[in-house]
Design a protein around this ligand. Structure first.
Ligand code: HEC
Ligand code: HEC
Length: 418
């Protein structure tokens, strides 16, 4: 089925979506400030939420004057973790840190851009993260929050970085939340790290260090649970960390559809450029080439290959899906354009919130959905069974609840093949 979906996606590609066109779009993003600003304005689904107002006020204006940040950094290895355990982060400065991951030369071919984007995803820090330095003082502490090393002792998502002020610190990358080991030890880029418990980590850090935290925020953080993080501007609504599959097929990005995109990689490059600016506290901006490389890499991500088999039951499930689901899950990745929160009936807080609200939720891509529990934007539904169960009374998204047991089983079997 997945092969079929990708074939459909490719069949939809006209000349305007060619690699040359994508790279030309990237070139305009890099070299034309007016084009960037226009693309930003087009990409913001609701100009009045906090996400948009901040970007409209700062992008191409104050942010433009910030220094470019090209930090030196390296993978955080077992030796570094041991050094932190023994002597704190000061010990990290004893080992050499290699030059920045990019030498300033622009790639020319798409494959080179994507390879650079992969290095950015794993290696370019969003910011220094004192929480992680604290958690690493005891490995079992870090592990209890889902921050675990690979078998080789390195910590995906963590880097030793030389910060803007020259100090050596622990920093975090995209891979902290968006890469996870699955089946054995292989790390899968794009898979949400659903056992990462950021809320508990933050609470434990505040409790242990005495660094103050606002009581209301602490109360909210207690409700996050693993696999959810509040990355919104006001820390109000925890959101499930999504898998990053099928992004190029989606006309809207983020669960509330905060960002609109067409076939160009520019809207995602703008998201990434401004995410780095926001994450590092507006102290510096990333080289734009790296934001573009990251966007092209993200759009190339696919779930790990599956060998799931098809039979009469999954064929019946596919028909049921075509009848009851394709109305909204209609694109090549089986996501779709945003739907009003009132229509889908799930908790409207994020959709209607001031942080990044649009009044809507975006049907997520369903690639590898079998392995993507818990479901919905807030991770409130534990399994596909529960999602489609007629006895589930809360959570909205009641589609499929009218099916009898056999049909529901067939639909779930079909979803399992995606
Ligand atoms: C602390 C965890 C965390 C880190 C680190 C993180 N993200 Fe995310 N990411 C999230 C969460 C949570 C969401 C959902 C936000 C929403 O929908 O509003 C998200 C959403 C996204 C989306 C939108 C996906 C979609 O389906 O529309 C993209 C793309 C993305 N992240 C890429 C990145 C990249 C690239 C990095 C590194 C620069 C990164 N993220 C770092 C947690 C994280
Ligand atoms: C009216 C539009 C609509 C219809 C019809 C619809 N969906 Fe959805 N679907 C959505 C939206 C919107 C979301 C995201 C809601 C949220 O996060 O609050 C969603 C989320 C999901 C999710 C959660 C995915 C994840 O990773 O969290 C699954 C699974 C899903 N839909 C499957 C189905 C199936 C199966 C059907 C048919 C029985 C169906 N949908 C019918 C709009 C729809």
């Amino acid at each position: 089925v997945r092969a079929l979906l990708f074939t459909l996606a490719l069949a939809g590609c006209g000349a305007e979506h060619s690699t040359a066109w994508q790279l030309a779009e990237g070139g305009r993003y890099l070299d034309d400030a007016g084009y960037r600003r226009d693309a930003l304005v087009r990409s913001l689904a609701n100009p009045d939420n906090a996400y948009s107002t901040q970007r409209l006020a700062s992008y191409g204006r104050g942010w433009e004057r910030l220094p470019e940040w090209r930090p030196r950094s390296r993978t955080l290895e077992a030796d570094d973790a041991a050094a932190i355990m023994r002597g704190g982060i000061a010990a990290l400065a004893d080992r050499p840190t290699p030059p920045p991951l990019w030498d300033g030369t622009r790639p020319t071919e798409l494959v080179e851009w994507i390879a650079l984007g992969e290095r950015v995803f794993f290696g370019f820090p969003l910011r220094p993260e004192p929480l992680m330095e604290w958690a690493l003082t005891a490995p079992e502490l870090a592990e209890s929050f889902g921050v675990t090393p690979l078998p080789d002792g390195s910590y995906p998502g963590l880097r030793v970085i030389v910060d803007l002020d020259g100090a050596t610190r622990v920093g975090i990358t995209c891979a902290l939340c968006h890469a996870a080991a699955s089946g054995g030890d292989a790390l899968v880029a794009g898979r949400a790290r659903r056992n990462f418990d950021y809320g508990s980590l933050r609470l434990a850090y505040h409790a242990a260090t005495g660094v103050p935290v606002e009581p209301d925020l602490a109360r909210r953080m207690r409700t996050w649970g693993p696999g959810r993080a509040d990355v919104t501007e006001d820390d109000e609504d925890p959101v499930a960390i999504p898998d990053l599959w099928g992004l190029a097929a989606q006309s809207a990005l983020t669960q509330a559809g905060t960002i609109r995109q067409d076939d160009s990689p520019v809207a995602l490059a703008l998201r990434q450029e401004t995410q780095y600016l926001q994450a590092c506290g507006h102290r510096a901006r990333p080289p734009r080439e790296l934001a573009l490389a990251l966007a092209l890499y993200l759009r190339s991500l696919q779930p790990p290959p599956n060998t799931r088999t098809h039979d009469q039951v999954t064929a019946r499930g596919a028909r049921l899906f075509a009848q009851g689901c394709v109305g909204c899950h209609d694109n090549a990745a089986l996501g779709g354009p945003p739907v009003s929160a009132a229509t889908v009936g799930t908790d409207p807080a994020l959709a209607n919130g001031h942080a990044r609200g649009t009044g809507r939720y975006r049907p997520p891509a369903l690639l590898d959905v079998r392995d993507a529990a818990p479901y919905l934007h807030d991770g409130s539904v534990v399994s596909l069974d529960a999602l489609l169960s007629p006895s589930r009374l809360t959570g909205g998204h009641r589609y499929g609840a009218e099916l009898d047991d056999d049909d529901r089983a067939a639909l779930i079997a079909f979803l399992g093949t995606l």
